[in-house]
Structures are given as C-alpha cells and as structure tokens.
Design a protein around this ligand. Sequence first.
Ligand SMILES: C[S@@+](CC[C@H](N)C(=O)[O-])C[C@H]1O[C@@H](n2cnc3c(N)ncnc32)[C@H](O)[C@@H]1O
Length: 209
Amino acid sequence: MELLEKYFPNFSKDQKNKFSKLQELYQDWNLKINVVSRKDIDELYLRHVLHSLGIAKVQEFLPSASILDVGTGGGFPGIPLAILHPETNFHLVDSIGKKIKVVNEVVEGLGLKNVHTTNARVEEVPGHYDFIVSRAVAAMPTFVHWTTGKIAKQSKHELKNGILYLKGGDLSEELADYPKAVIYELPDFFEEDFFETKKVVHLPLKYKK
Ligand SMILES: C[S@@+](CC[C@H](N)C(=O)[O-])C[C@H]1O[C@@H](n2cnc3c(N)ncnc32)[C@H](O)[C@@H]1O
C-alpha cells in the first residue's frame, strides 16, 4: 500500500480498502487456481498493481468512459484500473474460463460495481470502447487485427481513443508499421528498477463500424 500511495497519494478510504484487500484475495485464489506466478504474488503490488496503474499515469479515465481489457488473465491491468476509476466502466475479457472465474471472485470479494467480465476470445466480443488496455497478450499487429472495429467514435480524453498497451523492451520492430504509436516510458513516473525497460504504448485507432 505504501508503494501505491507513493505515486497515488489521493486514494479515498474505499480505494485504500480495496487495494489492501487484493493481496489476501489473490493469495487465496492463487492456491486454488494459479493465475499469478509464485514469485509475482510476493511482489503483487509492484509487478501487477502498480504496473497496471502505469496506464493511468499516461491517461486518467473519465467517469463516463468504457474500457476493454483484452486477455486480462487474473485481472491485470483491469482490476487495479477499475479500483482507481470507480465511475468508469470496465469490461474484462479472457478466453480461459478459470482465469475469468478468479477475476469474478476478486470482483465480488472487493464489491467492485464498475466491472463486468466475459469468458470469450476478444474477436467475438461486440461493442465500442474509448480505450482498449492490455498487457502480455499479443504482438501489436495481431492485437490491432483483433480490436479493429471496437473503438468508440468520439474521443473525449486528452489522448485519442485507441489502444493503451503495457509493453517492455525494444519495440522498434513491433511498432514499425504504426507511425502514430507513442511510447511513454514508465521510469518517467516510477523509480523502482522493475520499471527500467517498461512502457505504455498509445496507439490511436479510427472508429470503424
Ligand atoms: C500472459 S497472459 C496475461 C494476463 C494479464 N493480462 C497479465 O498481464 O497478467 C495472456 C492472457 O491472454 C489471454 N488471451 C490470449 N488471446 C486471447 C484472445 N484472443 N481473446 C481473449 N483472451 C486472450 C490468455 O487466455 C491469457 O490469459
């Protein structure tokens, strides 16, 4: 919690409660269904929660916004972002049922009212969203292919509607075909060594029916 409050000093009481409950919820559920690696569960707040919140350092979401988390796994980045933005709607999607089961249990355990989940491949999920967030799911060309046609027409945030993807390492090859992609370096926001090569990629996408 101290780590989170170092970078997000204005949590409400409810947000503090929810963030602090995460450790116990994930520890319990991870014993039944493994969604977070052993090593990572000890560093849940650094490797999963704060990393997920890196997206909010690049773009905070408006209360009326709709956000899709593709391949959410155990709920990252969607769950921490949903706690941070209690008035924003989050749709968390994963193709593996047992992962969505854990996410549902965490959502219920926290009493999160702004999250709904779907167990499906994202290609089968209809709807239009202001932003599509993700981490560790697919290379950008595949991801763009899956998500084309799921972006809402009107941009109402500072950044244009599109993808906000947590990535790491050298992206020059992966992003070569996307001149509009902008890379935000997470060490500009967070000083821990874990973030050394980590980034948020913003790729604006046009509305398509
Ligand atoms: C490496 S995990 C990452 C999980 C989470 N985003 C995280 O960073 O902790 C990738 C996840 O993407 C899901 N996935 C892969 N392709 C997908 C698709 N087409 N639609 C929905 N989920 C997908 C997998 O089931 C898996 O849970």
